[in-house]
Design a protein. Sequence first.
Length: 175
Amino acid sequence: MRFSREIITARSTVRKAACLSVFFFALILLSSCSNDPRDEVDDVAVAKMPREQIQATSFLPLNEDKPGTPVRVERYLAPGKYNIVMYYSPLDELSMSYAQRLMQLPQVNRDVAVRTVNINRPEATVVDLDSQISVDMQLQTLPYFVIYDPRQNLRAKGRPAFEQVNQFIRQLPNQ
């Protein structure tokens, strides 16, 4: 009788272990099939560029081919440099003024790389603060800046980043 109780207990333990194994296998399988949009590749031309070219490019418009398309800018940062990311609208005069100056900045300061993100969807006729990018970033004014340090850590965003960009721009000739 004692022997049969041990067999029953052993079978019960094996069943529990098997159930746990199946549960964890299913959990792993489900997590690998995630529909998290962060796992997808960006739907812009820059996503097809070789990583070395992205990192070596000092001025890079990230969604130029598909304006208004959200982009994970962290994928396109240049390591070892301060990365300035400017969210802008081509319909915003101040944004365009900054864009012209920022194109020159990496030529004067080799420690800086610039990335731009156009917030406007193609059909926009005014600054598109209702675009997915604007909503995700909670943008209220343009241009909006985010700065990453050479180790690609967030250094500043919003007003503090704007002030830092102005300091960088003062390095430009005739500014």
